[in-house]
Write a protein that binds this ligand. Structure first.
Ligand SMILES: [Zn+2]
Length: 424
């Protein structure tokens, strides 16, 4: 059984994906590291405390003014520091024909991203410091519960509050493709009313699809670029993969794990936020002091960065399971491979990235791995009973983490994707 076939892509196709990844990596990595370094400098030196006092002073210097203005300053500085890197990554992607949006649109997206971040972060900061004022030593007990509830609420509200900021969504028009997709969902026992189409072509030529939301807000979204360029049967394979996410409740699992992660993070914040040497380094009296805000942000950012590889590993397992679901539902490894090829070529993916980058940053298995897995699945099914189609029975492994397929183009304008994310 050959699962290491390498001729799915020509040397030129491989080289193009690799070249884009190499050109984009310094921008993407630089953006992340710069953002993290800035957060750490502000949080672990008195610089952040000085910033909070200064901007709070512009608005009267009350505790509330320090919390709100301090949080806003941290958000604005963090986004501003990453902006040049986002612009650099965009320039590289434009060279590869992946960008359809002008700089004005890009700048507007950055403003939208900033506004959204402020809308989310400012009430969070107010709530956090209401808790720390109420109980400077034990605030994290109720804080952990509140963080978990917030993650659940945000996951539910994401399709209603976040996604419409960047895209318009329309139901897929009536026609043979829509009929085929709804029939596929019905055969899978998944109740969906519609597949939504996002106007991704206003920004990019890249192809993608994803599942988001919970319960009443759950939706399957396909990029309009996918519908306008892929063969109908390839779109069916993409939707079959997304149905796998729905069937296995990957968004819910990811939300529950995200909520647990947030609760643990708050407990760590609570413990470290009372540690005298840290508070002294940050120039804050205690956790109830608004000048501790940069320290708490720094610890949070560090925890997020450290948990990244584990989140990516969980995501890759979930994606592999959704791939398997697509194969079992359609019994069509050939079209699955055609679909993977189209996604990789349209998105100029590095189809076989260095293992270390995959381990650190990849939310999806590489195209090479996904195609090899499809061949292995087909070979297993053929050898078992002589007919095409894979092994029966679905995996029951319990993985983790956010299951939405993040768009390859971070709509927030940040340097999204290290390396360029595979999709679907
Ligand atoms: Zn997926």
């Amino acid at each position: 059984m050959d699962t290491t076939t390498t001729d799915d892509f020509t040397p030129a196709e491989r080289a193009r994906g690799r070249a884009l990844r190499r050109a984009q990596l310094p921008w993407a990595l630089g953006g992340r590291l710069t953002g993290l370094a800035l957060t750490l400098v502000l949080g672990l030196t008195p610089a952040g405390a000085g910033l909070v006092s200064a901007v709070g002073g512009w608005f009267g210097g009350s505790r509330t003014a320090e919390v709100l203005a301090g949080a806003a300053a941290l958000v604005v500085l963090g986004q501003a520091a990453q902006l040049p890197f986002g612009a650099g990554a965009r320039t590289v992607r434009a060279r590869y024909g992946l960008v359809t949006q002008g700089w004005a649109g890009w700048a507007l997206d950055a403003v939208r991203g900033l506004a959204l971040a402020l809308v989310l972060v400012l009430p969070l900061a107010l709530g956090l410091f209401a808790l720390t004022a109420w109980s400077p030593q034990r605030w994290w007990v109720s804080g952990a519960g509140a963080a978990a509830v917030l993650v659940g609420a945000l996951s539910f509200l994401h399709p209603l509050v976040v996604e419409p900021v960047f895209n318009r969504f329309t139901p897929m028009p009536e026609g043979p493709l829509r009929t085929a997709l709804l029939a596929l969902a019905q055969r899978d026992g998944v109740g969906i009313r519609d597949v939504l189409v996002a106007d991704a072509s206003r920004r990019t030529t890249a192809l993608n699809a994803y599942v988001s939301g919970l319960g009443a807000t759950r939706r399957i979204v396909a990029y309009d670029t996918l519908l306008s360029t892929a063969e109908p049967r390839e779109v069916e394979l993409v939707v079959a993969h997304e149905l796998g996410h729905v069937k296995h409740r990957d968004v819910l699992t990811g939300t529950v794990l995200g909520a647990a992660g947030a609760a643990v993070a708050v407990v760590v914040l609570g413990l470290l936020g009372t540690w005298r040497p840290l508070l002294e380094a940050a120039g804050a009296a205690d956790a109830a002091d608004p000048r501790a805000l940069p320290l708490l942000a720094a610890i949070g950012a560090l925890l997020g960065a450290l948990s990244g590889p584990a989140q990516c590993a969980a995501s890759r397992r979930i994606e592999a399971r959704a791939d398997r679901h697509a194969l079992e539902l359609t019994s069509d490894a050939e079209q699955f491979i055609a679909m993977q090829r189209r996604l990789a070529l349209a998105n100029v993916s590095d189809v076989d990235p260095p293992r270390v980058l995959e381990l650190l940053f990849a939310t999806h298995p590489s195209a090479t791995r996904r195609i090899a897995a499809a061949r292995a699945w087909r070979a297993e099914g053929t050898s078992a009973d002589g007919t095409p189609g894979g092994p029966a029975g679905e995996s029951t492994d319990g993985p983790t983490d956010r299951s939405t397929d993040e768009p390859t183009d971070g709509p927030t304008g940040g340097p999204a994707g290290i390396p360029p994310k595979p999709v679907v």
